[in-house]
Design a protein around this ligand. Structure first.
Ligand SMILES: C[S@@+](CC[C@H](N)C(=O)[O-])C[C@H]1O[C@@H](n2cnc3c(N)ncnc32)[C@H](O)[C@@H]1O
Length: 442
């Protein structure tokens, strides 16, 4: 652990940003690895700076190019990240400018770049003096704060909505909760929140979802420890209702960790339902166990590869299968702005191959008459409609079931050629794609 930087939140944030941009780490992992170095009271600021800088990365880099005449040496690139931290504070945060400048200059010294402290000081002062944040931005990546491949793909897939998608991706996501239907109703829980001065609201068509007007620590939520409520975007809460529309006895959740949708299934299903939740990732399996323990429910949990049922399946077919497939997560960029930095266009080919393999393999595990619900938190057609189109063309015993779990959600889901899409930001939901595939009884 680098002791010198330990107490300086801006220096540690610069190191986190560097670990994501240049080290390929996920933002969550980089924060988890580093936040212990920071006083507990400073941790919210650490998160805010690190999330903000990655959210506005391209705009910040565009400004830095204008502020620095000669690029920094590779070994000093940490100062680029620190300058980003400074610019982001001046641009977005309500911290007095003189504090931002002096603290960021101090951070340069903590990062052992005393000789560059003057440069940091000059850049931040010039940014303010010349009102650079108000100047028109020509560069498209900087204007939309996305890499160009992503902008192009979103334009191609969403010719009429691409601007609203890019804008929504750059906003902060609200905190959605799922109320445990086996313990209380949404109205009862909203009242409980109100009694501890937490404001919240519900929306039509979502029986278990509550949105907080201001995010809270889960430890502040009444009944969180006893499983009365969990954190889950309302868009993700569509899956369990859809899946249980026709299934009462046996369900497979094939990519289950950390167990959000499995937990929801258990909360709303009758006692006769037997659920098998599998995931390939051992550490994420632990989160499934912990979630089930907290909500007080049980199911069969297996650490297994869904694409190799021969290794774990007992041969008894399921009434319904949820395939919440691994994907680019392009629908949840507002929650994970590092996706814009970490994803590559070339990832999509591998992901869509994996998605199709999983679909093909799991199809054999479904009873005739049963439904497989394919879901992704992606907005890219390559991972959604294009996968379903290939699957349907190879399976004459499959057809899309276009019936939604309830009518109220019809207005917010866009009907694609095969599935339904919720775009990020609409009604403050994350972006999700769903396609229900019914197995024809022959
Ligand atoms: C989108 S996440 C699932 C989220 C989960 N359904 C929820 O609601 O909490 C995708 C999951 O698929 C898992 N996964 C990826 N490849 C897999 C495979 N071949 N077999 C089983 N699980 C897999 C990943 O470990 C990851 O946990």
């Amino acid at each position: 652990m680098k002791k010198l930087a330990a107490e300086n939140v801006r220096a540690v944030s610069a190191e986190i940003i560097d670990a994501v941009i240049n080290g390929g780490q996920s933002l969550d992992a980089a924060i988890a690895n580093n936040e212990v170095r920071i006083a507990v009271d400073d941790r919210p600021l650490l998160r805010m700076l690190s999330y903000g800088c990655l959210r506005y990365r391209w705009q910040i880099e565009y400004w830095i190019e204008q502020l620095i005449s000669k690029p920094l040496r590779k070994r000093d690139r940490i100062i680029n990240s620190l300058l980003g931290v400074g610019l982001y504070q001046l641009y977005k945060l309500n911290i007095p400018n003189y504090v931002v400048v002096s603290e960021t200059v101090e951070a340069a010294k903590k990062l052992k770049r005393k000789e560059l402290a003057g440069l940091v000081n000059a850049c931040l002062r010039r940014f303010e003096r010349e009102n650079i944040s108000k100047l028109e931005i020509e560069d498209e990546q900087a204007k939309w704060n996305h890499p160009s491949w992503m902008i192009e793909l979103i334009k191609k897939d969403w010719a009429c909505n691409w601007q609203e998608i890019l804008e929504a991706n750059n906003k902060r996501a609200p905190m959605w909760l799922r109320v445990n239907a086996s313990k209380c109703t949404v109205d009862q829980y909203i009242e409980r929140l109100s009694s501890v001065n937490i404001e919240a609201y519900k929306i039509d068509g979502f029986d278990n979802a509550v949105c907080l007007k201001k995010p809270q620590l889960v430890s502040e939520l009444p009944g969180f420890d006893s499983g009365e409520v969990s954190v889950q975007d309302a868009g993700a809460q569509i899956a369990a209702h859809w899946l249980l529309k026709d299934a009462k006895n046996s369900v497979l959740d094939a990519c289950a960790a950390p167990g959000g949708k499995s937990s929801h299934i258990l909360e709303i299903a009758g006692n006769d339902l037997s659920l098998v939740s599998i995931d390939i990732n051992q550490s994420r399996i632990l989160s499934i166990r912990e979630n089930f323990r907290r909500i007080g429910k049980t199911a069969t949990i297996l650490e297994a590869d869904a694409s190799k049922p021969e290794d774990w399946w007992d041969g008894v077919k399921f009434e319904a299968i949820l395939l919440d497939a691994p994907c680019s997560s392009s629908g949840v960029i507002r929650r994970h702005p590092d996706i814009k930095t970490l994803r590559r266009l070339s990832d999509l080919k591998n992901l869509s191959n994996l998605q199709l393999t999983l679909l093909n393999k799991l199809w054999d595990l479904l009873l005739p008459g049963g439904t497989l619900l394919y879901a992704t938190c992606s907005i890219f057609s390559k991972e959604n409609d294009e996968v379903i189109s290939v699957f349907l063309s190879n399976h004459d015993d499959a057809l899309e079931n276009k019936l939604l779990p309830n009518n109220n959600i019809r207005d917010l889901m866009i009907k694609k050629e095969y599935g339904f899409q919720i775009l990020p930001g609409l009604l403050d939901l994350d972006g999700f794609y769903y396609a229900a595939l019914k197995k024809i009884e022959k």
